[in-house]
Ligand binder design. Sequence first.
Ligand code: ATP
Length: 487
Amino acid sequence: MATNDNNKFQAIIAHAKEYGFVFPSSEIYDGLSAVYDYGPWGSELKKNIRDYWWKSMTQLHENIVGVDAAIFMHPTTWKASGHVDNFSDPMIDNKDSKKRYRVDHLIEAHAESLSEKEAEVLLAAMDRLLAADDFAGLKQLIEDNKIKCTISGTGNWTDIRQFNLMFKTEFGAVASENEDDNIVYLRPETAQGIFVNFLNVQKTARMKIPFGIAQTGKAFRNEIVARQFIFRMREFEQMEMQFFVRPGTEGEWYKFWKEARLQWHLSLGMPAEKYRYHDHIKLAHYAKEACDIEFEFPMGFKEVEGIHSRSDYDLSQHQLYSKKKLQYYDNDIDETTGKPIGNYVPYVVETSIGLDRMFLAVLSNAYEEEVIAKEDGTTDSRTLLRIPPKIAPIKLAVLPLTKKDGLPEIAREIMRQCQDEFYCFYEEKDTIGKRYRRMDAIGTPFCITVDHQTKEDNTVTIRYRDTMTQERLPADQVMALVKGKIR
Ligand code: ATP
């Protein structure tokens, strides 16, 4: 597959809609830009990815616990975290079309039309100017390269300005003299709900450093250039874990989580060759190290998760703004002094993954239009989702061959036995071939067919999505077989 396979990407988007995975939000009103709804199978898949992450963080680590913090937070949270002042992107407007662009996206899109060498030079210049916050220089770069608006076709640009990505809303019904008193933000990341609860969690769960706090939940960003389906949304979900460590040990924990998080992706059944790290060279002033885990989407390698070594920046900022101590008393003995290490503000290594982006990674990796060679020399085709069985929306389809002769009753009985253990789907309409294809299209890894032989010897046919092979097995072994394969 080409690295930038737009046809495949468009096919995935259409498939996601047609088969009940992802719909444009409020579609009957023509949708809302960069906001999406998850349908019946999409919401199952999303939940399964979330559950898999949650279990791997909390249940499988005795030193990581979870929280579920509110989306609304005290407005000072966002002053302390730096989001009010710094969470912005440089933007430029085309005066003729009034279309607004994120400067880096505008330049990157232009670079795609250049030769590899020219693109490299242009992007290096852009990176340099962005790092220096040199907006005049960036505008000059756009003009020198004769970059045009895709709508108006002109290069009639405004100056570059910063645009804050946080959504604001008003809190409470009482109008205040000072409007700012009522302003609250929709959180642009889940992490701050963890930082402000650091002591509550540490004390109540009696955690000892090193320990982590995990959270999944919605985040909101007023992304300017919202494109690429669920890759960049205005309302999305994050799965974040803040790992609190003793200062001086953050380097080894950063290495640990960088490796552990990539392994998590692979343990889900994703292919190693579609992953790579991108180490950040330009770091925030407080950051020690940072990298992205990138996945090869149809539109190329892009960030799916970030690992950041953030020093004591967040806790110290909240300590400063709240005037409350956010420290940990470490009673381990310091080898040099022979005394307890004592109080400090812990350092943090965070892992932050977008659930929707992970969903898109799973979906684009799973999507396949397969050509099947038939015995008579002709070919057939099918569209299937090779979703790893452990996160597939439906694990098992139970299909009676016909609607009569007592087959539906037997099939329903098998379904009843299995549905408490994993998600099953019953269907008796259409030919068995059509039903298999529908299950392939939504990624159901196993189908069983109940036929007349079942009445004689209580065996069923199990059919495997990926290979389309079929075998006969006793009906009472179905549950154990499927359970074994979805672990
Ligand atoms: P990008 O550079 O793509 O805007 P980011 O570096 O700002 O992402 P982080 O702030 O590190 O992203 O957020 C952590 C994760 O949250 C990202 O790796 C991504 O998976 C997810 N994420 C961030 N913004 C969005 C968005 N607008 N839509 C969907 N997922 C997002």
